[in-house]
Write a protein that binds this ligand. Structure first.
Ligand SMILES: [Zn+2]
Length: 410
């Protein structure tokens, strides 16, 4: 290991491991100042791809701890990814890196501040679930649109969710200070979880509520979280995943829901408060209407079947043949008509629908097994389907194949 030049910058609070030891390491400026948006740095190394550079110091947060990387610019070139490589941070640029030894950097503050809001909101929500409801957070994830935390419980009541959300928003309104400190794992007290390792830890404290070891970026007061909105829960193995949004994301999610409710209310021509009752009434009415329609269709089929049956001439074996071609209509309607005709006497019924090319075969004659016969016809035409001896159905690739299938039963 090379000799390390330790440069104490903000003694005594900065831990040894967060200082810039030597020329190959990257000093992580966001550890001590999450609000730093612009900085200058020296390029210490370049990768062969010409778009990846390493700096002696950086305000860019790399993807880690569940938090997404920062974007922004280095020497005016867009930063498309930031990767934590342990001792140093790789900055991947949208174009070849500039010549020269130094660069100025600018972090996309809208994105970064949003991440800080979600991350601090997670600390707050996890602390409330743990303190008030004895539910520990086992993992967290920060996504581009929403974030999740997994609680060590298989179920979570709606009332618990509402209560946790309300307590979180009360803590946001109070507000409570959020501070970063560097403490020895051996002497740090009141941590929510046991220290992840020995040595000095970066500890994020929400005043009188939470102390957690964390390397992410956070806002300085719960007030800056803005608002916290729980969106939904989902059981994942033996945990319950809680999806939430903070800050402007919460406002936008609520706005989106509001627009949806307004559009539904407009479509149904009722007040938003009447939506649920209206939906239930309409659902029940639709069920009743479908049931009544089925009865009418059946009655109509019996009528049509009788008309068709009487008009058809039986062959030498007393069997009548029927061909029903529909340009539209449903498979259920064809099957219903077929059953009604078969109920009247010996018959072979062939019905087709143009799109998708579909055939229904029904037989009340023991001489013709509808399922077996159709299966053979479909196999020859590249179609698929099946059924029983009395009624079967299938689809074929095109109109010509449908004609061939019909002819096979002539
Ligand atoms: Zn954190």
């Amino acid at each position: 290991m090379p000799a390390r030049r330790v440069t104490r910058q903000r003694a005594p609070v900065v831990p040894i491991e967060f200082l810039c030891y030597d020329a190959t390491m990257t000093e992580r400026l966001y550890y001590t100042d999450a609000y730093l948006r612009t900085f200058s740095a020296r390029i210490t190394d370049r990768a062969n791809d010409s778009r990846t550079i390493y700096l002696d110091r950086s305000a860019f947060y790399p993807t880690s701890g569940g938090q997404l990387f920062d974007t922004g610019t280095l020497a005016g070139i867009a930063v498309t990814d930031v990767v934590d490589e342990g001792d140093r941070i790789a900055h991947i640029l949208a174009a070849p890196a500039p010549a020269g030894d130094t660069v100025s950097g600018a972090v996309d503050w809208t994105r970064r501040f949003d991440h800080m809001q979600q991350h601090t909101g997670q600390h707050l929500l996890s602390a409330i679930f743990a303190d008030r409801f004895r539910l520990d957070t086992v993992s967290v994830h920060f996504g581009a649109t929403s974030s999740t935390l997994d609680l060590d419980t298989e179920s979570l009541s709606h009332n618990t969710l509402l209560a946790a959300e309300e307590i979180a928003n009360a803590a946001i309104a109070e507000p409570r200070a959020v501070r970063v400190s560097f403490e020895s794992a051996s002497s740090a007290t009141g941590l929510r979880k046991p220290p992840p390792r020995d040595g000095e830890l970066r500890i994020v404290t929400i005043d009188a509520l939470d102390r957690s070891a964390c390397g992410g970026t956070h806002v300085r007061s719960t007030a800056e979280i803005g608002a916290l909105l729980i969106r939904r829960t989902e059981r994942v193995r033996k945990t319950t995943r809680v999806e939430f949004v903070c800050g402007l994301r919460a406002v936008r999610a609520a706005r989106s829901d509001q627009e949806l409710v307004a559009a539904l209310a407009h479509a149904l021509a009722v007040a938003p408060a009447e939506l649920v009752a209206t939906a239930i009434v309409q659902r029940d009415e639709l069920r009743a209407a479908r049931s009544a329609r089925r009865e009418l269709v059946t009655a109509l089929d019996v009528y049509h079947a009788r008309e068709r049956f009487d008009a058809a001439t039986p062959d030498a074996n007393g069997r009548r043949r029927f061909l029903e071609r529909c340009s539209n209509g449903s498979i259920e309607e064809l099957r219903s008509l077929a059953q009604a005709i078969l109920a009247l006497g010996p018959a072979l019924f062939i019905g087709t629908i143009a799109m998708p090319p579909t055939i229904v075969v029904a037989s009340s004659d023991a001489a013709t097994d509808a399922g077996a016969t159709l299966k053979q016809v479909l196999a020859d035409l590249g179609g698929r389907g099946g059924g029983n001896a009395r009624i079967a159905q299938g689809t074929v690739p095109d109109a010509a194949a449908l004609d061939s299938a019909v002819n096979a039963f002539q």
